[in-house]
Ligand binder design. Structure first.
Ligand code: PEP
Ligand code: MG
Length: 592
């Protein structure tokens, strides 16, 4: 559980080493703030001070050579040249002479003189235009800090009591830094500076841990022991995530690990069964930085953009222009055939810290999603205007969450058309074929699916909430997760009813809850004849592989059998057995 008073925020940087890690932050500080300054009050103290500096240089060189030896044992060959560069800097006449001159002229301690030399180099490098050369200043700073450490007589153990499994947060990291760490305890890196070829990136990739660099000020915004998530594929660091975000990323992490060994070459093949039944595949995103991953993992479009995440990073509510620039980037992405933008689902488990949302006794059933939008119409209109404007730039589908009755969708549509007319009368371009859909995630919406189908172009089944409401299982309460069962016969009947009703009315039916991304359920979902499955991007390749290996006919037969079984336990056992027999490589030992 996160500390409720700590605010969730997201930092965006450069994704340099893929994977997801959730853990405690450890701030790796290289003594920068602790440099002492004192005047040598007697000129006779100058030669011993210079000698102290020279000893620190020799000591640093010795340590670098030791680190080099250690790195070659670790076979991190790409990084050895960096140590050579550091040794060259240690021996650089300019660096040494400048420092000695400062000791002599200003009569100051060696630490301060080294600091002044580093500052001088920083000024020079700041003026360099070439980004690569500019980045090389980090080598000088690293060497300077090493000398400072040796001047202080400190030993090399710079991470004295690093706890179990930490994420290292630092201004920058040199491979030598990482060589001194108990690397098996490090789960990820996040740094203020750096790029794809910076040392942190190279080291992280070579030891296969997630890393994000170029975050600018993470060292100032995070404290040791803060809970953080690093998404090394999207280049995001989420600080103090709320339990729902942690849960989402645990799922992402699992999918990432399941598909890590898989080649992504096949991921772009269409999701067509062996008997030619085609399913559209969407990717679910919370941040636009995930779009490249959606594409590389083989989605046809964005099946669910959870726009409420736009709200968590700000002190102030986002403006129409903030929304618009984000949605435009989504819909105009070339390799996406369509993008489903869900209007914000604030409230409930999501972002209770928002001052506009009062604390509620039972937030899951409180003033959230469409209910909140219909109450705060001005706020809703800002988002709608932006989505409709963005629809001029690419195929857009708009999705309304938490619809529980016909009047909610009618009201939402009325506002949608008002906003569209307003934009048109202002001469602002809007898309011509924007599709309107509703999330089917409240049991009442399932029951009145026939009425809702007359109002919209598509349904998208949100199993996360639908299961929670249908089975009365709080999705964020760990004590009842054992009852959260997507294969419960009631859940399967609800889904079957929605698909049939949607198809009878001639509309498309998608699924965008977590259930859609579980490869163990793929044949059941094929049997249910969903037109689109939208999921966590990392889950896509495996689900597509199952679709390509199965037939619609056998999936329907499986579903028929499953529907005769009366308990979730029986259904799960049957589905697992079938999947193990059909896809032994994917489901080797009781995995689901
Ligand atoms: C769902 O409820 O299944 C869903 C996709 O929406 P969310 O997880 O954002 O509530
Ligand atoms: Mg939902």
């Amino acid at each position: 559980m996160t500390d409720p008073v700590k605010k969730t925020f997201v930092l965006k940087g450069i994704a340099v080493s893929p994977g997801i890690v959730i853990g405690k932050a450890y701030i790796f500080d290289r003594l920068d703030a602790q440099i002492s300054f004192y005047k040598l009050n007697d000129c006779s103290l100058i030669p011993p001070e210079i000698e102290r500096f020279r000893t620190a240089l020799r000591e640093s060189e010795k340590q670098l050579l030791e680190i080099k030896k250690k790195l070659s044992n670790l076979k991190v060959m790409e990084t050895l040249y960096i140590i050579d560069v550091h040794i060259m800097i240690l021996k650089d006449r300019n660096f040494i002479n400048r420092t000695i001159r400062s000791i002599k002229k200003m009569c100051v301690n060696a630490e301060w003189a080294v600091r002044m030399t580093i500052d001088r180099y920083r000024q020079i490098f700041d003026k360099v235009e070439d980004e690569y050369l500019k980045g090389r200043f980090s080598d000088i700073r690293y060497v300077g800090q090493m000398i400072l450490r040796n001047l202080g007589g400190e030993k090399q153990d710079v991470i004295p009591q690093m706890g179990e499994g930490v994420i290292i947060i630092s201004a920058d990291l040199s491979p030598a830094d990482t060589a001194q760490m108990k690397i098996e305890k490090v789960q990820g890196f996040a740094t203020d500076i750096g790029g794809k070829t910076s040392h942190t990136a190279i080291v992280a990739r070579s030891i296969e841990i997630p890393a994000v660099v170029g975050l600018e000020n993470i060292t100032r915004r995070v404290r040791t022991n803060d809970l953080i998530i690093i998404d090394g594929s999207a280049g995001l660091v989420i600080v103090n995530p709320d339990p729902e975000i942690v849960r989402r990323y645990e799922v992402k992490k699992r999918h990432y690990e399941e598909t890590r060994e898989m080649s992504l070459i096949d991921a772009v093949l269409p999701a067509v069964t062996r008997d030619s039944h085609h399913v559209e595949i969407g990717g679910n995103i919370e941040f636009i930085e995930e779009i490249p991953s959606v594409i590389s993992h083989g989605a046809d479009g964005i099946g669910l953009y959870r726009t409420e995440f736009i709200y968590i990073n700000r002190e102030q509510l986002p403006t129409e222009e903030d929304h618009f620039s984000i949605y435009k980037r989504v819909v105009e992405t070339e390799k996406l055939n369509w993008s489903t933008i869900r209007t914000f689902d604030l409230g409930g488990d999501k972002f209770l810290s928002d001052p506009k949302l009062a604390k509620e006794m039972n937030p899951q059933m409180g003033l959230r999603a469409i209910r909140f939008c219909l109450k705060e119409v001005d706020l809703f209109k800002v988002q709608l205007r932006a989505i409709i404007r963005a629809s001029a730039y690419g195929k857009t589908r708009i999705l309304f969450p938490m619809i529980s009755g016909i009047e909610e969708i009618q009201k939402a549509k009325k506002i949608f058309y008002e906003v569209t007319d307003e934009l048109i009368s202002q001469g602002i371009p809007v898309g011509e074929d924007i599709e309107i859909g509703v999330m089917i995630e409240v049991p009442s919406a399932v029951i009145i699916a026939d009425q809702l189908a007359r109002e919209v172009d598509f349904f998208s089944i949100g199993t996360n909430d639908l299961i929670q409401y249908a089975l009365a299982i709080d999705r964020v309460n760990d004590r009842v997760t054992y009852l959260y069962e997507p294969l419960h016969p009631a859940v399967l009947r609800l889904i079957r009813h929605v698909v049939k009703t949607g198809h009878d009315a001639g509309i498309r039916v998608a699924m965008c809850g977590e259930m859609a991304g579980e490869a163990a359920y793929t044949m059941v979902l094929l049997g249910l004849e969903l037109d689109e499955l939208s999921m966590n991007p990392l889950a896509i390749p495996r689900v597509k592989k199952i679709i390509r290996g199965a037939t619609l006919k056998e999936s329907k037969a499986l579903l028929k059998k499953v529907m005769t079984l009366s308990s979730a336990i029986e259904i799960r056992a049957w589905v697992e057995k079938t999947m193990q027999e059909r896809f032994p490589e994917e489901f080797p030992n009781n995995e689901h």
